[in-house]
Write a protein that binds this ligand. Structure first.
Ligand SMILES: NC(=O)c1ccc[n+]([C@@H]2O[C@H](COP(=O)([O-])OP(=O)(O)OC[C@H]3O[C@@H](n4cnc5c(N)ncnc54)[C@H](OP(=O)(O)O)[C@@H]3O)[C@@H](O)[C@H]2O)c1
Length: 341
């Protein structure tokens, strides 16, 4: 791979696609040429990158000729069809969809946790689910020092997790509501303005868990390489425009204090502690938006566990960045092919 790689963004017109462009630029990723790909609907539109105007092309079977790195963010179906084509054309695929995450041949990578898995790739590397990334970045350094046996988390997920159309629906329905107008939901299954609802993914009739919740459970075990970790999740969509938040309670194998957790997290990569009890100031999505770090606060003993093994905390992270584009670009920065260039 040349040092100045040919980089393709699949889904360049989407919410994550826009962050791919901004993140490559901001992190000074050496891009020789950028290929902007989306559906046929967007062919001919333009995007800007480092002062250049790039015309969006419709994704097709020849799109990856000459491409070194393909950043996919266009849904699972598109990834399932086109990622293998990109790999056959010689590209390394970094995929934001759920299509390959649980494939044993595909590394599922959060660089702060398991960067070493990148070099095992066979063409595709998967970016984990954004709710999983948000929880696991701060949980991992704790787990390494005092194994976490059980985690219970509840998400407060922003519109941006549903893409550009969901963000638009939140804005439009809020405007309509303030004007006293009715707004029939178009993208999401329920009224969004001044409301919240269980995550809009399919529900497993056996378990009652929705897809988002099941992903967090399975992906935690794969990333931590710990099949025994017990994970309970409730995923909820809230009327926040950008950045997911989560209430997390975890139980360790040995007793743990909130001071120990604070000390571990103070040194943890990708984490920023926001925990000001005096001013009642803790992680908020508005502060996490546009930030690389997972904000962590409300670090306190879980009083429901008198054994002293459990801690509760609250986190917020920009899932378009750490939950998607940033995590993918961090992986691209660590590709062994680039080191050999
Ligand atoms: N949003 C998040 O926070 C987040 C986080 C992690 C992972 N992801 C994953 O990233 C993907 C995209 O998410 P998003 O939020 O950016 O969605 P989005 O705003 O709806 O954008 C979707 C993008 O995919 C393109 N696309 C759709 N169908 C296509 C097709 N058949 N061929 C080529 N391109 C196609 C769209 O192009 P057009 O504009 O031409 O339709 C658009 O560029 C999804 O797989 C999602 O699960 C999202």
């Amino acid at each position: 791979m040349k040092n100045d790689a040919v980089v393709a963004i699949v889904g360049v017109t989407g919410a994550v696609g826009a962050e791919f462009i901004a993140t490559l630029d901001r992190r000074k990723f050496p891009v020789g040429r950028l290929k902007a790909l989306a559906s046929a609907r967007s062919a001919g539109k333009t995007v800007g990158f480092r002062g250049q105007t790039i015309t969006v092309e419709a994704l097709d079977e020849r799109s990856f000729d000459g491409v070194d790195i393909a950043l996919f963010s266009a849904g699972g179906g598109t990834s399932r069809t086109y990622a293998p084509i990109a790999v056959r054309a010689g590209a390394v695929v970094i995929d934001n969809s759920s299509a390959f995450r649980m494939d044993p041949d595909v590394p599922l990578v959060i660089p702060e946790i398991n960067a070493q898995r990148i070099r095992e790739h066979k063409g595709i590397i998967a970016v984990p689910n954004c709710s999983a990334i948000t929880a696991l970045v701060p949980l991992w350094p704790i787990h390494r020092q005092n194994r976490i046996k059980r985690v219970i988390l509840s998400t407060y997920q922003a519109a941006s997790g549903g893409g550009a159309a969901a963000m638009d629906e939140l804005l439009q329905s809020t405007r309509a509501s303030l004007n006293g107008e009715t707004y029939p939901p178009k993208v999401l299954p329920h009224p969004y303005a001044f409301n919240l609802f269980s995550h809009n993914t399919a529900i497993d009739p056996e378990t009652g868990y929705n897809d988002e919740e099941t992903k967090v459970i399975r992906e935690t075990r794969k990333i931590f390489e710990d099949d025994r970790i017990a994970v309970g999740v409730t995923c909820v969509r809230v009327p926040v425009l950008r950045a997911h938040s989560e209430a997390i309670t975890f139980e360790c194998e040995r007793p743990i204090t909130e001071d120990e957790v604070r000390a571990i997290l103070a040194e943890a990569p990708g984490v920023r502690i926001v925990d000001d009890r005096a001013r009642n100031t803790f992680p908020m999505p508005i502060d996490a938006s546009g930030q690389d770090d997972v904000l962590v606060g409300r670090i306190r003993r879980d009083l429901s566990d008198p054994s002293g093994h459990s801690i509760a905390m609250f986190v917020a992270a920009d899932q378009l960045l750490k939950g998607a584009a940033l995590n993918a670009v961090q992986i691209a920065e660590l590709l062994p092919e680039r080191a050999m260039a």
